[in-house]
Design a protein around this ligand. Structure first.
Ligand code: 5GP
Length: 114
């Protein structure tokens, strides 16, 4: 997999505030936020799309979700609520081909699809 903009953020080659990091996951604010809080959670192991994650490694995706929940609790909006989304390929609207989970929060987001 070739380098993406997210590799450059992880390696601090381009400026972006890392708001969460552990052994497996790093997270930073989306450059074009779609909600008052819009953070992207990225695994340190590289996969272009969700289709590339081995079926016997569900922990790679699970860690993104639990990192998002940990961040939401730490920042104090977990009880109000939030949304997590992962886009896959063209019809899913994926534009950066390094898997990432969107965390959206900070306002009522409405019913999905409404
Ligand atoms: P996707 O459409 O692939 O699910 O989401 C990619 C996200 O990456 C978009 O929401 C887009 O705004 C964000 N993004 C693209 N380039 C940059 C960048 O250079 N810095 C940051 N922080 N976010 C970016």
């Amino acid at each position: 997999m070739s380098d993406t903009i997210f590799h450059k953020i992880k390696n601090r080659e381009i400026p972006s505030e890392i708001v969460f990091e552990d052994e497996h996951v790093f997270a930073f604010r989306d450059i074009a936020p779609q909600a008052p809080v819009h953070v992207l959670f990225v695994p340190k192991q590289d996969f272009a799309t969700l289709n590339d994650v081995p079926a016997d490694s569900p922990e790679i995706i699970g860690r993104l979700a639990t990192a998002a929940a940990t961040y939401a609790k730490r920042e104090g909006f977990a009880e109000n609520g939030y949304r997590i989304v992962m886009n896959c390929n063209g019809d899913g609207g994926q534009t950066v081909f390094q898997i990432h989970l969107h965390l959206l929060a900070g306002a009522p987001l409405g019913h999905f699809g409404a």
